[in-house]
Design a binder for this molecule. Structure first.
Ligand code: NAD
Ligand code: UDP
Length: 312
C-alpha cells in the first residue's frame, strides 16, 4: 500500500480534526498544522499515539516547508465572533496562508484543496446559490475580513493554477456542525445545544426568520476527500452542503425538543450584514463527485448533543 503524505492546515479545529482522523484511517501519513487559535489539542489527542500522525505548531502566515503529496488548507477561524476578534489577522491568515500553501504546493508538486465558504455569496440575491453566482458581499462590513479573505484566496488558487499549473481544488462549504465544535465556538448550532443542555436562555439574533442549511460534518469530510480525488482538471469551486433549509427559530425549537430542555427563547439584535438566507445548489457536486449528503438534521443534532453532554 502506498501511504500518501498529507498536510492538513487547521487540523486541530472542528472540521480539520475529523478530516485528520479519516485520512489516517484510510492509511495515510497525516501532518496536522495548527496555531491553536480556535483549535484544541483535545480534538486530536487520540491521534497522537499513531506513528503516522504528526502535530506541527505553526502559523500559516509564515512559510512552511514539508514534502507532501496533498495539502488541505483549512487554517482560518470560521465562527463570526472569532474571525471578527482580530480582522487583520483573519485576512492575513486567508491571504498569506493561501500564498504560503500555494507556494509550497508549487515547490513540492502537491495537489492542494482550499476550504472556501458559502460566505463568498454574501447576503445572496440568488436562491439557492449555484457556483456560477458571483455573490453579494459588503466589502467594507464586519464580515468582510472573512468573506473577502476567502474570495481573495479563491482568486489566488486560480491564479497559481493558470500561471503555474498548480493542481488545485476549491470547495465552498455551507454551514457545518458536529462533535469537536468548541463549546464557546459561538456558531449557532453549538450555542443552542450548549444553552439547551444548561437550561439557559436560547439566544436568537434578530427574529429568527433568517435561514441556514445545516450539514453534518461526516458528509462534509466525504465531500472533501471526493473532491481531492476528483478527475484531473476539475478545480471547482464546488458547493458542499445540505440543501435542507431551516429558519433559526426552527433550529432552536428542534434543539429544545431533542434535549428536553427547559430553556426559553430570547431575542437579541441581529449582527450587521447577517445573511438572510442560504441554501446550496449541489447539482455540480452530484454530477462531478457523485456526492450528496446522507445525514439529516435530527440525526446529526442527536449525535452532536451526545458529544456536548460528554464535554460540558
Ligand atoms: P475552526 O475554527 O474550528 O478551525 C480552524 C482551525 O484553524 C483551528 O484549529 C485554528 O486554530 C486554525 N487556525 C486559525 N488561524 C490559523 C493560522 N493563522 N495558522 C494556523 N492555524 C490556524 O473552524 P472549522 O469550522 O473547523 O473550519 C475549518 C475551515 O473550513 C475554515 O477554513 C473555514 O473557513 C472553513 N469553513 C467551515 C465552515 C463550517 O461551517 N464549519 C463553513 C465554511 C467554511
Ligand atoms: N445565531 C443566533 N444565535 C446564536 C448564534 C447565531 O441566532 O447564538 C444566528 C446568526 O445571527 C445567523 C445564524 O444564526 O443568522 C447562523 O450563525 P453562525 O454564526 O452559525 O454562522 P453564519 O452562517 O452566520 O456564518
Amino acid at each position: 500500500m502506498i501511504r500518501k503524505k498529507i498536510l492538513v492546515t487547521g487540523g486541530a479545529g472542528f472540521v480539520g480534526s475529523h478530516l485528520c482522523e479519516r485520512l489516517l484511517n484510510e492509511g495515510n501519513e497525516v501532518y496536522c498544522l495548527d496555531n491553536f487559535f480556535t483549535g484544541q489539542k483535545q480534538n486530536i489527542v487520540h491521534l497522537l499515539g499513531n506513528p503516522y500522525f504528526e502535530l506541527i505548531r505553526h502559523d500559516v502566515v509564515n512559510p512552511y516547508l514539508i514534502e507532501v503529496d496533498e495539502i488541505y488548507n483549512l487554517a482560518c477561524p470560521a465562527s463570526p465572533i472569532h474571525y471578527q476578534y482580530n480582522p487583520i489577522k483573519t485576512m492575513k491568515t486567508s491571504v498569506m496562508g493561501a500564498i504560503n500553501m500555494l507556494g509550497l504546493a508549487k515547490r513540492v508538486n502537491a495537489k492542494i484543496l482550499q476550504a472556501s465558504t458559502s460566505e463568498v455569496y454574501g447576503d445572496p440575491l440568488v436562491h439557492p446559490q449555484p457556483e456560477s453566482y458571483w455573490g453579494h458581499v459588503n466589502p467594507i462590513g464586519n464580515r468582510a475580513c472573512y468573506d473577502e479573505g476567502k474570495r481573495s484566496a479563491e482568486a489566488l488558487f486560480l491564479n497559481y493554477h493558470r500561471q503555474n499549473d498548480v493542481d488545485i481544488k476549491i470547495i465552498r462549504i455551507f454551514n457545518t456542525y458536529g462533535p469537536n465544535m468548541h463549546p464557546n465556538d459561538g456558531r449557532v448550532v453549538s450555542n443552542f445545544i450548549v444553552q439547551a443542555l444548561q437550561n439557559q436562555d436560547i439566544t436568537i439574533y434578530g427574529q429568527g426568520n433568517q435561514t441556514r442549511s445545516f450539514q453534518y460534518v461526516d458528509d462534509l469530510v466525504e465531500g472533501m476527500i471526493r473532491l481531492m480525488n476528483s478527475r484531473d482538471g476539475f478545480t471547482g469551486p464546488v458547493n458542499i452542503g445540505n440543501p435542507n433549509e431551516f429558519t433559526i427559530l426552527e433550529l432552536a425549537q428542534k434543539v429544545i425538543e431533542l434535549t428536553g430542555s427547559k430553556s426559553k427563547i430570547i431575542y437579541q439584535p441581529l449582527p450587521s450584514d447577517d445573511p438572510m438566507q442560504r441554501q446550496p445548489d449541489i447539482s455540480l457536486a452530484e454530477k462531478e463527485l457523485k456526492w450528496k449528503p446522507t445525514i439529516e438534521l435530527e440525526e446529526g443534532l442527536t449525535k452532536t448533543i451526545e458529544f456536548f453532554k460528554s464535554v460540558i
